[in-house]
Design a protein around this ligand. Sequence first.
Ligand code: NDP
Length: 446
Amino acid sequence: MDPRVEQFMAKLKAKNPGEEVFHQAVQEVAESIIPYIEENPKYKHAKILERLAEPERVIIFRVPWINDKGELEINRGFRIQMNSVIGPYKGGLRFHPTVTLGVLKFLAFEQTLKNSLTTLPMGGAKGGSDFDPKGKSDNEVMRFCQSFMTELQRHIGPDTDVPAGDIGVGAREIGFLFGQYKRLRNEFTGVLTGKGIEWGGSLIRPEATGYGVAYFCSEMLKTRGDSLAGKTVTVSGSGNVAQYCVEKCNQLGAKVVTMSDSNGTIYDPDGISPEKLAFVFELKNERRGRIKEYAEHFGCQYLEGKRPWNIKCDVAMPCATQNELDGNDAQALLDNGCFCVCEGANMPSTIEAINKFVAAKILYSPGKASNAGGVATSGLEMTQNSMRLPWTKEEVDQRLHSIMINIHQTCVKYGKQEDGFINYVKGANIGGFVKVANAMLAQGYV
Ligand code: NDP
């Protein structure tokens, strides 16, 4: 490791002990940014990177709620307001038992650079709880969401902080959260994104992250005169991002052969056709079942406890969670001829995996670039809420598409090497950093 990065990381680790994923996210960025800062000393003197890694505000609160048996349960709620230099705090809420302060700090840190890449005026934030919606009744989820929002509402607002969904927070949870916010504050505002279409949501927001991943991937392939048509694609996850990523890959002529959940992977060599994908939508969003049922229903292979990365593919799209693709997985993908990895999840690849992809000079894009379509369309939802005027599906999709093309161009601008290889890690990190850093310089030491 570059000694300057090592020194920076040693301080960060001492100050934030035990927050391994936060260390990992910052290190990945520091490796690109520190050499850039050395070439641009104005950022060094103003300690921009040090300030970027220190949240402006962290809110931690108790969330008591009553389960269906009448017992009291207690969870922990968080909101990390990371950086508001280019706009109101913006970032999703995650409800998952693995949620800790460190997980949300990593996500909020990534979010600041990602939001900058979209070109829209949004700061960075993230929040959530260690609450697990899995296996809970709708009433239990509602009671939890109401209790969570009873505290969170003091800290957010349409011009202050606008949360959205993430793992475990979909249309149902956003509905309950919005209802409680409106009830307590007595105001109908664009305080959350991912809202239902009938009450202020944007068309294409549910699709946006997954569609954006496929749009970004198409741009990457274009740099090598190629496209998604005819490609074999492996996707992990079967939630919001994965579902719409598969839908758009199908539309663009690719064949997606895997989806997964935390229990295992289905492998369908014939491809997850639109008809089979409809089964996944119903399975995951209505019945809230396990992906194993897909294999049982369609008679394909189910790999219990396995991830999709040993299956031969041209393109891999990790769309489940952080660190779901390690160095061995990366090697297996490369050995099987995979030449493009386009991330839908946040930080799904470990640093070791990323180093292998970059060393092999394949097309590899970090989530902060390729999954930014979700938050970009949340930004478009905020715009429509402010105008009190909705756009058509075509209009939002077209804006999403051009934002993804734009992010790709930014990555090329800052990441293209002399030999023509595009280092998307460097491109996304520097591209996201410059705008935030310049705004921080302009606004003084705050
Ligand atoms: P969902 O909750 O809709 O789906 C998550 C999927 O990932 C599920 O299939 C889930 O399986 C799987 N998963 C979650 N945790 C784990 C784990 N620890 N190990 C293995 N599998 C796991 O979430 P989203 O689709 O919204 O989010 C997926 C990823 O995309 C996350 O990294 C998120 O931060 C990122 N993202 C999401 C955006 C959005 O707009 N929703 C925007 C940008 C990024 P199971 O059901 O078994 O838990």
